[in-house]
Design a protein around this ligand. Structure first.
Ligand code: RNT
Ligand code: ZN
Length: 421
């Protein structure tokens, strides 16, 4: 390893020339929570006691890498290994399908106590807990829809699930002393464009209204409404489209109801980074699902690449990082799942730190002066700033492994534990 401290001193000097306080950036990046999704560890299988674990609703994992977690204990043990190498504040994001009970519990019957192991685990690590209703991978989740289903019995079943989930979210908040962020996503859609595109949307609105009306006392829950452009099997029509979800959030006029922007959920040339200021004009906060879509919503491991960086650059320039809930959402079954978490979460943290090292004041000044040539020249020049020296120093300081120092340890865990499953 090179002299990390020396590298940091050089970088500090470099950034100081542009009025950037490296230590302050490190401090802010370190305390910005990232909500780590539990579902990377077992290919979104969940821990319900049921035979058929087929994924539906357009969610797919590809790959058959050995060693996936088979129950809550294994999953949490794997998460603990990943956490050693993920510097900075982390929250844990659990799906309803990760309940733990001694029998099969249907989705409309889930109770807070089914998540007590997660609560205990999170409290022992002083971590906040986030939550997600699971509207997919269930016999009542079919092409006919869930919250938008025309069959009242099915629709009501899922409304009960949504209500149960908000109560669990409040329970998480009570038990951890930290607010709980719930993400609401339904897979409802159609392979063809239906003749009636409006009625399902009216029913989805009604269902969300019913869920929120029945749980008004859940005061410490934030609710993200997640849209999507399409899913496999529902290529032509998505009930919860971007317009629908944005309309729902803006019309609700409730501080706790916000938009979830998943970076894989748009047409390939549409970018979340380009949507943020439009939404922040009218909303106080946003929930992000950070992921990497390759050609489609493929949920690849987050990369430290243009769009991830653009998202956080925008948030920092708008001074909205503190108002944004950051969550990861990817699932790669083709590589070691702990590596997937470490790479994706480290890259998310990297993007946050590098965004905080922008010379915002300097660039704004150039822009105000109307010097557009200098602005472009400067931005391009700055892309080569010595960021990695700061990143390495931060990882060293947090004892989270400099460079790829973490990889051998994860490989050892693979040999000793994962491959024996
Ligand atoms: C699906 C959505 C959703 C899920 C998780 C598992 O396209 O992105 O957020 O990935 O709920
Ligand atoms: Zn998502």
């Amino acid at each position: 390893m090179y002299d990390v401290k020396k590298g940091y001193e050089i970088a500090k000097e470099y950034y100081a020339r542009y009025g950037i306080d490296v230590d302050k950036a490190i401090e802010t990046a370190d305390k910005t929570p990232i909500s780590m999704h539990c579902w990377q560890g077992d290919d979104v299988q969940g821990t319900e006691l049921k035979e058929d674990k087929t994924l539906t609703g357009g969610i797919q994992t590809t790959g058959n890498y050995p060693g996936k977690a088979r129950n809550g204990e294994e999953l949490r043990a794997d998460i603990d290994v990943a956490l050693k190498y993920i510097p900075g504040a982390v929250r844990m994001n659990v799906h309803a399908s990760y309940l733990e009970a001694d029998r099969y519990v249907d989705r409309d019957e889930i109770k807070p106590e089914h998540f007590d192991k997660w609560v205990e685990w999170a409290n022992a690590r002083n971590m906040g807990l986030d939550f997600n209703p699971t509207y997919f991978a269930h016999p009542k989740s079919t092409a006919a829809g869930t919250l938008s289903c025309a069959d009242e019995e099915i629709r009501k079943f899922w409304v009960r699930h949504g209500i149960a989930c908000r109560k669990i979210g409040q329970y998480f908040a009570d038990k951890t002393g930290k607010k709980c962020v719930i993400n609401h996503w339904t897979p409802d859609g159609d392979k063809e464009v239906p003749f009636d595109t409006l009625s399902p949307r009216l029913r989805l609105k009604q269902s969300y209204d019913e869920i929120f009306a029945a749980t008004e006392d859940c005061k410490d829950v934030i609710d993200g409404i997640e849209s999507k452009v399409f899913g496999i099997g529902a290529e032509s029509y998505t009930v919860g489209s971007h317009e629908f979800c944005m309309g729902y959030v803006m019309n609700a006029r409730k501080k706790h109801i916000i938009m979830t922007l998943d970076s894989g959920h748009y047409h390939p040339t549409q970018y979340v980074s380009a949507m943020l200021s439009g939404i922040y004009t009218f909303s106080d906060s946003v929930l992000l699902h950070v992921t990497r879509g390759v050609r489609w919503d493929s949920d690849h491991v987050v990369g430290f690449e243009d769009e991830t960086r653009n998202i956080f650059d925008e948030l920092v320039r708008m001074d909205k990082l503190k108002d944004t809930y950051v969550a990861t959402d990817f699932f790669d079954a083709s590589i070691n799942r702990i590596c997937a978490w470490v790479i994706g979460l480290r890259n998310t943290r990297k993007a946050i730190l590098s965004a905080l090292l922008q010379p915002v004041a300097y660039e704004k000044e150039l822009e105000m002066k109307g010097d557009v040539s200098a602005r472009l020249a400067w931005r391009q020049e700055f892309l080569a700033a010595p960021f990695s020296l700061v990143w390495d120093y931060y990882c060293a300081k947090k004892n989270a492994g400099v460079g790829l120092e973490w990889l051998d340890d994860v490989k050892k865990y693979e040999k000793d534990v994962l491959l024996k499953r």
